[in-house]
Design a protein around this ligand. Sequence first.
Ligand SMILES: [Zn+2]
Length: 433
Amino acid sequence: MVYRKTKIEGWFELQRTVCPICGKTGGCMIHKDGNKIACIRERSDIQFGKNSCQSWLHHLKDGVKVNVSDKVATTKSRKKFPVHLLHGFFSKLVNDSTTLLTTPHIHHLNGERQLSDNTIAKRQYRSFPQQPWVTAKNVLGKFEERLSDQNLTVGIPGFYMNNYGWTINGQSGILIPYRNEYNFITGFQIRVDEVKNFVETDQINYPNLKAYVKQQPNHVQIQVNGQKYWEGVLELGKRKTIADENGEILGTVKLAKGQRYYWLSSPNKKYGTVAGDPVPIHVAIPSKQLEEWNKTLEADLKNPDTDSYTTLRKAKSVWITEGALKADIAIDHIVEAFADTIDEVGDTMIAAPGINSWRSLLPMLKNMGVKRVNLAFDMDAIENEHVNQYFHDMVKELKSQGYEVYVAAWSLKNGKGIDDILLNGYTPQLRKL
Ligand SMILES: [Zn+2]
């Protein structure tokens, strides 16, 4: 599927096809009339979607035809339940025997991530179930019937109904819980076991050429006007122009690496629900403090009189990075590496869903009473031109709102992410901006 419905009426995200403005894949949107692009990488004078994901409006001079299938245009995805109700379902999911971590997943967390069994248990990492329909039945229990009401507009990300009943969308991998500032589990990312390659095409300029990976990792079939045109092995990451015998260009293809992390999500499926809107943000605290936080939450949830939760994590200083697993690992090492100055630098790490959606963090920072932020994004990401623009925008806005802004810096040769350098025994330098 090339066009993915977004929450903005009439706008579709370009998937697996290059954006005509920035030439990159993923995140940019096209209007159904085919005359406007909202690009997340190339700037213009008109800012678009200011509140969540940052993008800029561009006009397509000649316009293109956008073929949105009826299925995509009409399937209405549900919105998420309110967070306290979602937490109820997701707690059942992590406590269900069908999601216990498999041995290979434990090995990954023990080995590469250097997490102890004790920490793994506290963080409640799980494995995507082998029989998701069994898990769905266990989690939904008596709510199964109510959730099957076709007029219901809210649901649980990942859950949907197929011909046999309720099940969960996803593939084999580690489930990583996202906890908000109240310790509610508001979503999961799946770290998939197998990263699948896919073929990028240019549907905007060459809608007749389609291509797919026939066999992983690199055996590709190219079709023109629905007919097989070429089949063979493509080199990863190299864009290739396809032309016919007269030299007329039929389109371009590029074999690209798939993602390692996906949201647990079930949009465009029967009674399915999007993971975002708003996108989950993870609050990582040291694993030693997590047990206490869980106990407070349990007590809060048992008390029917409370409408304000005492579990709100207040923090004068927070760290900000991308990715929950990274944040979980890093914060446990930060409390050791910065033991002498921990009150100053803070023992809370917020995992943003992506550096371009930094604005979604602002309400949380306010709610938590934050005064200082330490930005700890991957070093190679900061060096990327487009990401660097977001970074500068974020710093500017945070400063203008009165936050003290520090950047955590390290040498790329000592590690890519904040978790890597800490695991490798290095301490990042904090520089005030
Ligand atoms: Zn773009």
